[in-house]
Design a protein. Sequence first.
Length: 324
Amino acid sequence: MRETPLPRPPFDRQCAEVLARLPEFPPLTVESLEAIRRPPPGFAPPTDADLARGGSFDVSRRTVPGPAGAPDVELVVCRPVTVSSPRPVVYHAHGGGMFSGSPHLALPGVLDWAQALELVVVSVDYRLAPETPFPGPVEDCYAGLCWTTEHAGEIGGDAERLVLAGESAGGGLTAALALLTRDRGGPVPTGLLLTAPMLDDRNDSGSVHQMAGVDTWDRTRNEFGWTALLGAARGGPDVSPYAAPARARDLAGLPPSYLDVGSAETFRDEVVEFAVRIWRAGGRAELHVWPGGFHGFDVLAPDAAISRDARAARLGWLHRLLTQ
């Protein structure tokens, strides 16, 4: 137990101005989940027509076989219409704390990469906790990945150039998916792009305590998300690395990875430690810690200088990875 509160790193000025204007987040309870899952005013998910971006993408849904004994999995596929040769694929998992969110809400940022680099995007609509606890969500992601690599040619994709990507809870699922496919001898991704990933169910790092009560995703909300996924096992000794990737004993064999996080957010320390452990295992990782960024700063404060820099850095890494 920490007896003395840790001093907090300052928020970026432009981010702090946005943070001060955000409405108070409602308490998270199982009873309030239905309301929480509804997008707040001004954040309605884009339609398929919006995602098509004036005819730049063909947007479709594919229903593919799910995990053994489980329902089928829906994928949202966005394919550039003007490109005939097979293009690299971004296989994406959306954020939402493990208990909310959808592909459509998260796809606009991913489509920025796709439009710049002529990529195929496949976003998995995994089942949500607590209705579907671990291992359901990550198994959905794995089933969708297997279908995507096996059928890449059908959607204009190149299975030999496939990047796993996700943000927040989706970043945690993406890291877990990379471990799962490594250990099962499944599809081999080209790269791993993790934006502020949710990696550690123990919820006890220095940054978790520093940002309690002030970050957009703080310790209380983090505990709710992990408990939704893991139930009473959360924080205990037997949590699987395919649920909480920070639990993995060995990070060797992961593909080249990009990780970023804000310096003033709950996930900072677990993301930094994950990158350090990739390096210790002899792997390749690029880490960015954006000074003064809170969780989701690049979405909630899109015009802040660090938000523009973060988006440019992710795109630059993808370009280098896919063209070298």
